[in-house]
Each structure stands twice: as structure tokens, then as C-alpha cells.
Unconditional design. Structure first.
Lengths: 326, 306, 385
């Protein structure tokens, strides 16, 4: 796969006038500045809670965007992405329990474990299609879940504490925020290049018409497997970040409701739109914030919101934004 | 190992598998015919159990509760189909999964508001609350035998209906090729409504029959739902035969795994290893089964073409 | 987004401005399979606050609630919200140990007390014991130890023991074995959340033990006991369970087949003291159901907080005195309860049996005392003074 210069080609192909791009870049820069200044702002206003919330939102943006690569661009409905998220997080915690806390060892290990798991699981699952694919990814996720729960030395159902890794300087909440911001921005940039490169187009071609993509000569299985592994690795990175953020990992991170949660964020954002992860995860965090006080009947409100999204805005938030503009 | 124990475990697996079939039959037909993934099937199972418990308490008769529960659940399914499901026909699986997942949340909350968070009581009918001696040394619960009988009867009834009647032919036609069936003049919408309501009624039967064995409470549908999906995926989506075979496989493999694996591992490994490994492998056995089946046959054991 | 943040800040800011309100963060399992337990604790806690005139230790009380969904991550987010945004003075409410272990360090490191109405993990009893942690219920192993001791007293030579395959399950059976002197014929660990126990029950029938001890919290317990009774084993092999598996909520779901089951508990419906009488009567009147031991613990949690706050005149800044006041004992639904230095109770454990009253009502009756002044096995490792 060759990454090419996109912005120009992209604009030409979509027939979009350049001013719009400028507006977007402008809005982007303002948002970027706010994001960069947020920890200082939070400290000044004693908003430590909102700093933590922002970190969490950033990490979820990464996880949802990674899922969107296979789910949106690949059309592969993985119902087991919690596996990679949880494995990334558990790698951090388990290595810490074993006395390994050097950042340069732990972070690559977390991503590698998730990527290897995605490679093994993807290699089997990608032989199937449609609902079979949904179910077999779920099956593997369940296997990993029960496997982890049965490890008493690593906490089992109780979970495990995950002290932050050692970068040579102590990691405070603000540092974890900046680390998340950096890694999420880098990952989003990487994903942007990826989906707009030949590889991304091949992936989408396979989603839209597999037979044709094969006839044209795309190695569909290999392309999908690579996308699956990249998605798993980035989800693992999100898991490692979450372990640093909360300093705690639990089997709930590997459970199927967690996988559903990721799917919900992507769908809320708009499947297959690049910003689905960003919009979906952001909206999700807000919805949870709004409904948290309605504790006893939160299920009802979340359920009704979901139904409303599915029935009234099936293309998600990104779809709404685009629809308004046209 | 005594033969009677093995036989008893087989009966347990059979009973569990047949109840799973009642859930998966509706699921597989709705999927096969309309390509609709309905996660709310588990909620209908829960409603069946709740209606049965309430009506049994009101009338004093388990059987009246069972019949009432089936009718009431069918009615709810009719409303559900008209209000929500009809809007997601033709949408992708993801949308359907989400919409019906939303329904699970709404149903759970509604049931909690109506009946409260505490589990409900549904007792075994008194005439069946005793063991029956099947063979010397093998006695088995009369109630569970009845459940096996009812499950087997419904399974046979469904096969006769699908393979011997005109409506059944429509159903099969719809499951293998919807467009073609529609072009041939099959009233597919009405057939589908019928299939959906029948599926709901079967789930209600399962809920009511399992109520005296399991806890009748909010969220009881979700665990069973996943197992039912495993069963239809093993069997091949859209095939009633597949869902029966898949359900029985899941029931028997799960039961046998839990019953015999830990002691088998005890013979193979050191005690500490076995006590850790045995229960873990037993819990993932059905998922392992599914993965292996799909690896060898990516469209299940009885693929439906179309 | 800014509007939402600003308005919620405004709300918390305003509430903070009111003078001397005690803000209690109550996080518990209020949805899903464990919902009934959390609801019992919450209802009883609020009943106690009403009994105390809407005040604890003289301060008006505001109870903020959150549902942990039995998910440690959700609980952590809720507790973070309580501590950093709502600035609560106290946290309580958690039912399950794995949830508590996920949030404990967060609460303690903020210098806020966590008063546990139920979850009593061994971690916080031993090396990780904490100044900010108190448990008014029992240490996780206690009920199982009591039942193990009872099985020894009754000379049950053989026992078949079962639990779900997760750490609390393994700890429970370890607790049972710590005091059981007979022979364990089989020790079975089932899948967490399993519904059908027919395979295990068939194994029990084949093994013919004298007694069965089963640790199954929540819905798993209802399922196991229902199926055990339905298999006709109730008359053949004595079933022993911890107290929470034979409480009003389980009896309500299983019904008559439960009659005869023995269980251990630190509390009983008919314990004769004025606090318990008032609690049981008013709980039934207010909520229309028989209180469980979870409810009694929720009620006692509020009483303990009230007792501690009175000793420091409502000033939670005087942490050591607050802790000491509770540790030296408070009057509860179980009479006067004292504590070890690790913040866990030293109390009596009773034997109860499920019986049918002449009027057809099925209740759990007090049958005797198994342990007197029983503490926990981990207190030696706690380095608090």
C-alpha cells in the first residue's frame, strides 16, 4: 500500500471547494488549541473531574475509530473488539504485576499482544461472512473472557491494579491526558492516510462488492486481515491507555457488553464516516454524563435514545451533519 | 463411571437443548426469511416467564399460566412487529442489532417497573413435583421429563407444519429466496408476521416451562439468547433442522463438558492444573465447538442456499 | 457540551454553598441480576435516615445515587464523579467485592471514608487495610467459615462443595474448608453466571455426600436451589448455604421447596432488640416486603455513620476520632457491634433454618449460635494501630 498526498486529490475527487477545507482547518485548529490548553484550564478551575472525563473520551475515540476501520470501511461487524481492548490493558497490568514497568517495553508489548490476538482470531473469522462473522468473533471474545476470569493470580473476576509505566518521570493525570491526546491524534492521522490510500479503497471495494473486488485482483482476504490486525492493535493501544488512565483493569473490559458499547459509539457517530469514532465516542460520554443521575431507569433512557437514533437518524451523527450541509 | 449417571446427564443435555430449540427456531426463521436479527427474542422469553408466573399465581394453575403467557406474549410480539421491527426490514444487520438491543433495555426496564427487581416465584405443578424411576438406579424429575416431551412434541409439530402444509412451504420458500417467493405470489409480509408471532409464542413456552427451573427475573433472557444464537449459527441460519441439531449439540456438549471434563482433566494433569483448567475449558466448550464448526463449514452444518 | 458542563458545575457549586450538608455518594448494583440486593441496601439506608429525622450525626443528609451495573469500570466512573465533581463527604453502597476493589484506592486516596454495607474482601482486611475503610457487615469468608464449623459440629463426614469459578468463589470454599474437619468428596467450580445446574446435581446424587455446601450469590443461588429442590435432593442430602442464599428474596423466588435449608448469618429477622424490631416493622410497612440481611446491613450502615459523626460533632475532618468511635462499637439491628483494628466486625454468627409457619408464610428462623465474637482470619496482617 502506498500512501499518497491526499488533501489535494481528495478535494478534487469530491469536487469540494477549497474554502470549506479552510473552514474545517480553522475549526480544527481552534479545537486543537482548546485540547492542548485543557489541563491548564482544568487545573485553574479545579475541574479535575472534567480532565479525567476528557481523557476517557479521547481513549474511547481511539477505540471507536479503530473499530470503525473494520466495521465501517471493511463492512466486517466484529462483535469482539473488547478482546483487544482488554488484552492491551491486561498486558500493562500483568507486566506491572511481574515487575516490568519500563514504558519502552510495556507499550509495544501491549500493542503486539492485541495485534497477535487479532491476527490469530481474524485469520479464522474472516473465512466467514455476515452474521456468522458476528457470532464467531463473539465466540472468541467469550473464550478469552472466561480464560482471563479463571486466572486467580491476575485477579480473575476482581480485576487487577495497573500502576502507570515508568517513563523516567512520574506520570500525573495531565501527562496521561497529553499522552492520550498525542497517541489519539497520531492514530487518527494514520487511519486517515490509510483509508484514503489504495489500501483503504481496496478495503471499501471489498465491502461494497466482494466478487468484483476479487475479480479486479484485490487479495480480499489479506487486505481484510491486515485491516483487522491494525484495528486490533489500535484497540489494544486504547486499552493500554485506559489502564494508565484508571490504573486498574477488570474482566468487564473484555466482556461482550463492552464490545457492544464500542459498536454503539461507531453507529451513533455514523458507520463508515471517518469522524464516526470522534462524534460517537464524544456523544456517548455526554449521554452517559446526562443520564447518570437517572440511575435506576438509565436503561430506559439509553434504550429509547438508541431506538430514536436507529429509526430517525440511521446514518448517525456524521450523517446528520452531512445532511444538514447539503 | 456409572451408566445411570451418563444417561442422566444425557437427559439433562436433551432437556436443555430442546428448550434452546424453542428459542432458536423463531430466531432462525426470522433471520432466514426477513434477514432480521432480533435480539429481543430473549425479552419475549423473559415476558413469557413473567406472564406465566403472574397468571399462575392469580389462577392457582401452572397450566393456565402457561396458556395465558403464550397468548399474552404473542400479543406483545404482534404489537412489537408492527411498531418497531417493520421499520428495520431491509436495514443492515448492525442497525437491527442496535434497534433490538435497545428493545432489550426498554423491556428490562418496563418489567422492572411493573414487577419490581426481585425474582418471581413460579413453582413446578404439584402433580409433576416428584421423581420418576426410568431404569433401576435411574430416577429423573417428572417435570423435566414433561419439558423434554413438550419440546420434542413442538419440534415434531414444527417439522410437519413446515414440510407438509402450504403455509409451511411459503415459509421455506421465503427462507431460501425471499424475492423469488414474493414474485411467485407468496404474501411474504403476512407470512412473516405469522412467523414472528409464532416464534414469540415458542419463546414464551420456553420461558414458562423453564420458569420453575430457573429464576424468573429481569435479564434472564440475555444469557439464553447468546446460547440460542450459537445454536443457530452452528446449525446454519434459516434452517429449522439446523437449529434443532445446533440446539441439541449445544445442550449436550455443554452439559457433558461440565459433568465429565473436570474429572477427565484430573486424570491427565496435576490436581492444581486440572482444578484451574477443567472449569475454564468446560465454560468455553460451546464457543470452541462453534469456532471449529465455522472453521470447517463457514455457513454452518446445514447451510440454506439463496 | 460547554453548556452541559457549565450547568452541572453550577449545580454542584450551589449545593456546595449550602452550609453543612452531609453528601453521601451511594453507588450500588441497581440494575440487572443483582439489582434486588442493591435496592434492599438503598431502601433500608434511606429508611434509617428517615428514622433519624433526615439527619446523620446532626447534619442534614443528601444521598446521591449511582448504578454500578455490576461493572467495575462503570463504578469507577461513578465514584470519580462523586469525588471530583460532587465532592461527597462519604461513599457507601457497593454490594460486590470485585466492584469495591476497583474503586477502593480511588476513594481512600481522596481522603474520603468508604463505609461498606456488604462487600468485605480479604485484601482490605489484611495488608491493604486502610484508615478510610470500615465494613459494618462481615468479612467475605465469615459466613462460609460459620457453615464449615456447623458442618463439623453436626458430624457430617462427607461434603460436596460448589461455587462459581471466580476468586470470591474460591475464597468462599477456602473459608468453608478452614473450619470443616470432615472429608470434601468433591469441589466443583462452575461457570460464573451459569443457569442450569442439572449436571452438577446429577454428580451430587451419584457422590452421595452427607451434606452439600453451595456458595451462589444472587440469581445463581435462586437457580441452584430451585433445581436442587426440584431434583428431590432436599430430602436426601442436607443443603447448607450462606445466609444471603436463603434470605427473603430467595425464598420469595423458590417457595416451599426451600423449607429445611440451614444457613449461617450474623443477623436474623427475629433478633430481639428495639432497633431491629423497629427496622423490620417499618421496612415491611414502607416497602411491602420482608427485609433481607442486605437490608439490615444498609440500615446499620446509616446507624454507624450517625454514631461516628456524633462523636466528632459532624466534623469528618477528625478522621481518627470518627473511625475510633465506630470501631469501639455502635448499636445496630444486631445489637452492639464491635470491630477489629482492620475495620471488620467481631460478632456472633447464627444458625438459621427456613421453616413454614402455621399461617403458610415461609421465613428464615433463628436456630442457634455457631460462633461467638468471631473476627476474621486476616487481621494479623493489618498494620493499622
Amino acid at each position: 500500500m502506498r500512501a499518497r498526498d491526499l488533501s489535494v486529490e481528495q478535494a478534487r475527487r469530491a469536487g469540494v471547494a477549497l474554502p470549506r477545507a479552510f473552514v474545517l482547518w480553522g475549526a480544527g485548529s481552534v479545537a486543537g488549541l482548546v485540547l492542548l490548553a485543557f489541563p491548564a484550564l482544568a487545573q485553574a478551575l479545579e475541574w479535575s473531574y472534567y480532565l479525567s472525563l476528557a481523557t476517557k473520551a479521547l481513549i474511547l475515540v481511539l477505540a471507536a475509530s479503530a473499530l470503525n476501520l473494520v466495521l465501517g470501511y471493511g463492512g466486517l461487524v466484529s462483535f469482539g473488539h473488547a478482546t483487544y481492548y482488554g488484552l492491551g490493558a491486561y498486558t500493562v497490568a500483568v507486566l506491572a504485576r511481574e515487575g516490568v514497568r519500563q514504558a519502552w517495553l510495556v507499550w509495544p508489548a501491549a500493542v503486539a499482544v492485541a495485534a497477535l490476538a487479532a491476527l490469530a482470531i481474524g485469520a479464522v473469522c474472516l473465512r466467514t461472512r455476515g452474521l456468522y462473522f458476528i457470532m464467531i468473533t463473539l465466540a472468541f471474545a467469550q473464550m478469552v473472557y472466561y480464560f482471563v476470569v479463571s486466572f486467580k493470580q491476575y485477579g480473575g473476576q476482581d480485576g487487577l491494579r495497573a500502576p502507570r509505566t515508568d517513563f523516567g518521570l512520574p506520570l500525573g493525570d495531565a501527562e496521561v491526558y497529553y499522552l492520550s491526546l498525542l497517541l489519539v491524534a497520531a492514530s487518527l492521522f494514520f487511519l486517515w492516510r490509510l483509508v484514503h490510500a489504495r489500501f483503504g479503497r481496496a478495503l471499501q471495494a471489498a465491502r461494497d462488492n466482494e466478487v468484483r473486488a476479487t475479480t479486479v485482483g484485490f487479495p480480499v482476504y489479506r487486505i481484510q486481515l491486515v485491516a483487522f490486525v491494525i484495528s486490533g492493535a489500535l484497540t489494544g493501544l486504547a486499552g493500554a491507555l485506559m489502564a494508565h488512565h484508571t490504573q486498574y483493569v477488570s474482566p468487564a473490559m473484555l466482556s461482550w457488553p463492552q464490545s457492544g458499547h464500542f459498536m454503539f459509539m461507531v453507529i451513533l457517530g455514523g458507520v463508515g464516516r471517518f469522524w464516526a469514532g470522534l462524534l460517537g465516542a464524544g456523544a456517548m460520554v455526554l449521554i452517559e454524563e446526562l443520564f447518570h443521575s437517572l440511575t435506576v431507569s438509565w436503561q430506559l433512557y439509553v434504550g429509547l435514545t438508541l431506538l430514536a437514533v436507529v429509526l430517525l437518524a440511521p446514518r448517525g451523527l456524521a450523517g446528520l451533519v452531512e445532511g444538514r450541509r447539503r | 463411571m456409572p451408566v445411570s449417571l451418563v444417561l442422566e446427564q444425557l437427559l439433562n443435555g436433551l432437556q436443555f437443548g430442546l428448550m434452546l430449540f424453542l428459542l432458536s427456531a423463531g430466531l432462525t426463521l426470522v433471520l432466514g426469511m426477513m434477514d432480521v436479527v432480533n435480539l429481543a427474542q430473549g425479552s419475549l422469553y423473559m415476558l413469557g416467564a413473567y406472564f406465566a408466573a403472574t397468571l399462575a399465581a392469580a389462577t392457582g394453575s401452572f397450566w393456565a399460566g402457561l396458556v395465558g403467557a403464550v397468548l399474552a406474549t404473542a400479543l406483545v410480539a404482534l404489537l412489537l412487529e408492527a411498531s418497531v421491527l417493520r421499520r428495520v426490514y431491509g436495514a443492515d444487520h448492525l442497525t437491527q442489532v442496535l434497534a433490538t438491543f435497545a428493545l432489550i433495555l426498554v423491556f428490562n426496564e418496563a418489567v422492572r417497573a411493573l414487577w419490581g427487581p426481585q425474582a418471581l416465584l413460579l413453582s413446578v405443578p404439584p402433580e409433576l413435583a416428584r421423581p420418576v424411576t426410568l431404569l433401576p438406579g435411574l430416577s429423573y424429575s417428572a417435570y423435566r421429563l414433561t419439558v423434554i416431551g413438550a419440546g420434542a412434541l413442538l419440534a415434531v409439530g414444527m417439522f410437519l407444519f413446515i414440510h407438509r402444509t402450504r403455509v409451511g412451504m411459503w415459509v421455506r420458500a421465503g427462507a431460501s429466496n425471499r424475492r423469488m417467493a414474493q414474485a411467485m405470489g407468496v404474501p411474504i409480509r403476512r407470512v412473516f408476521t405469522g412467523v414472528f408471532v409464532t416464534g414469540a409464542a415458542l419463546s414464551a413456552v420456553a420461558g414458562a416451562l423453564l420458569g420453575p427451573i430457573f429464576a424468573v427475573q429481569v435479564g434472564m433472557g440475555e444469557d439464553v439468547l447468546i446460547l440460542a444464537f450459537v445454536a443457530i449459527v452452528i446449525g446454519g441460519i434459516g434452517s429449522v433442522k439446523g437449529s434443532l441439531v445446533g440446539s441439541l449439540l449445544v445442550g449436550v456438549v455443554d452439559t457433558a463438558g461440565r459433568a465429565f471434563l473436570p474429572s477427565a482433566f484430573g486424570l491427565l494433569f496435576a490436581p492444581e492444573v486440572a482444578s484451574n483448567l477443567g472449569p475454564t475449558v468446560a465454560s468455553v466448550l460451546i464457543y470452541l465447538l462453534m469456532a471449529v464448526v465455522l472453521f470447517v463449514r463457514p455457513r454452518g452444518l446445514f447451510p440454506v442456499h439463496g | 457540551m460547554v453548556v452541559v458542563l457549565a450547568s452541572s458545575l453550577l449545580v454542584s457549586g450551589m449545593a456546595g454553598g449550602q452550609a453543612r450538608t452531609l453528601r453521601v455518594g451511594f453507588v450500588s448494583t441497581l440494575s440487572g441480576g443483582g439489582a434486588a440486593l442493591g435496592q434492599d441496601v438503598l431502601d433500608a439506608f434511606q429508611l434509617a435516615v428517615r428514622h433519624l429525622g433526615g439527619r446523620l450525626g446532626g447534619l442534614p443528609v443528601e444521598v446521591l445515587t449511582a448504578d454500578d451495573q455490576l461493572n467495575p469500570d462503570v463504578a469507577r466512573a461513578a465514584v470519580e464523579r462523586f469525588l471530583r465533581r460532587d465532592r461527597v463527604d462519604l461513599v457507601t453502597g457497593i454490594i460486590f467485592s470485585n466492584v469495591l476493589l476497583a474503586v477502593g484506592d480511588l476513594v481512600f486516596s481522596s481522603g474520603v471514608f468508604y463505609i461498606s454495607p456488604n462487600a468485605g474482601p480479604s485484601e482490605y482486611a489484611g495488608e491493604q487495610c486502610n484508615l478510610h475503610f470500615l465494613n459494618v457487615a462481615w468479612q467475605n469468608d465469615n459466613m462460609h467459615e460459620a457453615m464449615g464449623h456447623y458442618a463439623t459440629l453436626k458430624n457430617y463426614e462427607t461434603a460436596f462443595i460448589l461455587a462459581p469459578n471466580y476468586p470470591a468463589g474460591r475464597d468462599a470454599l477456602a473459608g468453608f474448608k478452614r473450619f470443616y474437619k470432615g472429608r470434601v468428596v468433591s469441589e466443583v467450580y462452575t461457570r460464573l453466571g451459569q443457569l442450569d445446574y442439572s449436571a452438577e446435581i446429577a454428580q451430587i446424587r451419584a457422590a452421595r455426600p452427607r451434606a452439600v455446601y453451595a456458595f451462589y450469590p444472587g440469581a445463581m443461588g435462586v437457580n441452584f436451589i430451585k433445581q436442587y429442590a426440584e431434583a428431590g435432593l432436599m430430602q436426601q442430602v442436607q443443603l447448607l448455604v450462606p445466609g444471603f442464599s436463603a434470605d427473603a428474596d430467595v425464598i420469595r423466588a423458590v417457595g416451599k421447596p426451600m423449607v429445611g435449608v440451614f444457613n449461617s448469618s450474623h443477623w436474623a429477622l427475629e433478633l430481639f432488640n428495639p432497633i431491629n424490631r423497629r427496622f423490620v416493622e417499618d421496612f415491611r410497612r414502607s416497602y411491602g416486603r420482608i427485609p433481607t440481611l442486605y437490608a439490615a446491613q444498609g440500615y446499620d450502615t446509616a446507624l454507624a455513620i450517625d454514631h461516628g459523626l456524633r462523636a466528632v460533632a459532624g466534623d469528618l475532618g477528625r478522621k481518627a476520632e470518627f473511625r475510633k468511635a465506630i470501631l469501639s462499637g455502635f448499636d445496630s439491628t444486631r445489637g452492639r457491634v464491635r470491630f477489629s483494628k482492620n475495620g471488620y466486625p467481631i460478632q456472633d454468627y447464627y444458625l438459621r433454618q427456613v421453616v413454614e409457619l402455621p399461617n403458610g408464610e415461609i421465613v428464615n428462623r433463628l436456630r442457634g449460635t455457631i460462633f461467638r465474637n468471631h473476627g476474621d482470619a486476616y487481621v494479623e496482617k493489618c498494620r493499622l494501630p
